[in-house]
Design a protein around this ligand. Structure first.
Ligand code: NAD
Length: 437
């Protein structure tokens, strides 16, 4: 393929070198005279292990050159990868001005180009940037139409500086965001031969994946550091603790607990987060990440409550009260917290949970329930039918299997608030709202 790469910094230089080593012909574009001269002399413009050799070989074989001339690059290629910087503005927002100005340059050339051209954003940009900035700018500058004259896609980069070449050849995944199949296939074909999962997804998903990844990595570092701080405070080796932590690939380093949903609850997580944060405070340790977990969880409960209020209907039926399906443990159940708030606002609430039977509840669990909602016996109903008949709002509180195929039974006057993501309900147009979807 003939490819132009705009921006010859870390990402652009590695991308240019590696793609030309796959046999593609690459023209790199940068306004920095120095970077253009370095590439044309067969040198890397950035310090990165083995990149000098890759660039030297590609330039010597005539598969890589650099220029400042966007016209030469766009007319001489079928696809442009935009790899320019997207730094922070003073207020924290993303500065996309370089992306926008490259789009304007490419668009002006496209005005005079009769063949199809694909523009791919490899720079990290916030979700919606391609829709709101890249496409309008390309269409304005070219006078042409997306999908008719040119294609646009997203292809975020996952390399780490220092191991960039190895990461390029062995990425954790290849993500391609595209609106049409043709563009998706064309971008994916750049990486033919790379052994990594390839996911072709909507453009906004591809843009967001990069952020969820990077924020997660940042959160991991901050989490490990705070665990280290508290370990040091109590005289424990934090590395030993985190080594053991990392060996648990069932619950710790795993997909478990990593899907958007309702607040966590139960007899352990809230209590244990609270205790550790309290211990840190008593040691005068300031741990902002760990301290923000419970407030974040409470916000999610408030979101669920607000969704019910905003639906503007009463009465309410709650399906599933325990913090997860298949248990009758109600301690710190966020659904119970929701029920308490609804009652406080005068809602007529009924609750159905096949696993919760007042006669069988004992000990701390029973005490907790009656402390939260003293007249709970008048709210619990015996059957799903009764619950469905009562509420104008049906709240799905946990993932019990019997709540997964109810959409046919929802009346036109009812509205479903889903805290769990029951796929079946999502076909209820205009009668459904999910907590984080
Ligand atoms: N560095 C990384 O490890 C890494 C990893 C993944 C993603 N990213 C993302 O990739 C993007 C690029 O990052 P980077 O570290 O390579 O940036 P960088 O600052 O090293 O390089 C950007 C290059 O773009 C050039 N440039 C700016 N405007 C231009 C224009 N109008 N025309 C031509 N060239 C222009 C600059 O001269 C510079 O050489 C950013 O969005 C970044 O967030 C970076």
């Amino acid at each position: 393929m003939k490819i132009s790469v705009f921006g010859l910094g870390y990402v652009g230089a590695v991308t240019s070198g590696c793609l030309s080593s796959f046999g593609h012909t690459v023209i790199g574009v940068d306004y920095s005279e120095t970077k253009v001269a370095l590439i044309n002399a067969g040198n890397s413009p950035v310090i990165e292990k083995n990149l000098d050799q890759v660039i030297a070989a590609a330039v010597a074989q005539g598969r890589l050159k650099a220029t400042h001339d966007a016209r030469e690059a766009v007319l001489g290629s079928d696809l442009s990868l935009i790899c320019v910087g997207t730094p922070s503005k003073k207020n924290g927002d993303l500065d996309t001005s370089a992306v926008k100005s490259v789009c304007a340059e490419i668009g002006e050339v496209l005005r005079d180009k009769s063949s199809w051209h694909t523009v791919v954003i490899r720079s990290t940009v916030l979700p919606g940037t391609i829709r709101d900035i890249v496409i309008p700018e390309l269409e304005r500058a070219s006078g042409k139409k997306l999908g008719v004259d040119f294609g646009v896609g997203s292809n975020p980069e996952f390399l780490r500086e220092g191991t960039a070449l190895d990461d390029f050849h062995h990425p954790p995944k290849t993500i391609v965001g595209a609106r049409d199949e043709r563009t998706g296939k064309e971008i994916a074909s750049l990486y033919d031969g790379i052994d990594a999962p390839l996911l072709v997804v909507p453009i906004e998903v591809a843009e967001m994946v990069k952020y969820s990844d990077n924020v997660w990595h940042a959160l991991k570092v901050a989490f490990a550091n705070e665990i280290g701080v508290i370990c040091k405070g109590v005289g424990i080796d934090g590395h030993q603790v985190m080594d053991i932590f990392c060996r648990d690939t069932k619950l710790n380093l795993s997909p478990y607990y990593l899907k958007p949903g309702f607040s966590f609850g139960g007899s352990c997580l809230p209590k244990d987060v609270r205790a550790l944060v309290h211990r840190a405070r008593s040691l005068d340790l300031d741990l902002p990440v760990l301290s923000s977990i419970l407030p974040s969880n409470e916000k999610q409960t408030t979101r669920g409550f607000d969704m019910i209020v905003q639906a503007g209907k009463r009465p309410v039926s709650i399906l599933g009260m325990s913090f997860k399906a298949g248990t009758d443990d109600l301690r710190e159940s966020p659904v119970l917290e929701l029920v308490e708030r609804l009652i406080g606002k005068g809602y007529d609430v009924r609750i159905f949970d096949r696993n919760v039977s007042l006669s069988k509840l004992v000990g701390a669990n029973r005490d907790y329930l009656f402390r939260m909602i003293p007249h709970v016996s008048s709210l619990l109903v015996e059957s799903l039918d009764e619950a469905l008949a009562h509420g104008e709002i049906i709240v799905i509180g946990n993932g019990d299997a019997e709540f997964h195929s109810l959409s046919e039974r929802i009346r036109p006057d009812q509205f479903v608030v889903d805290l769990v993501r029951v796929r079946d309900f999502r076909k209820l147009d205009g009668q459904y709202n999910g907590i984080s979807w």
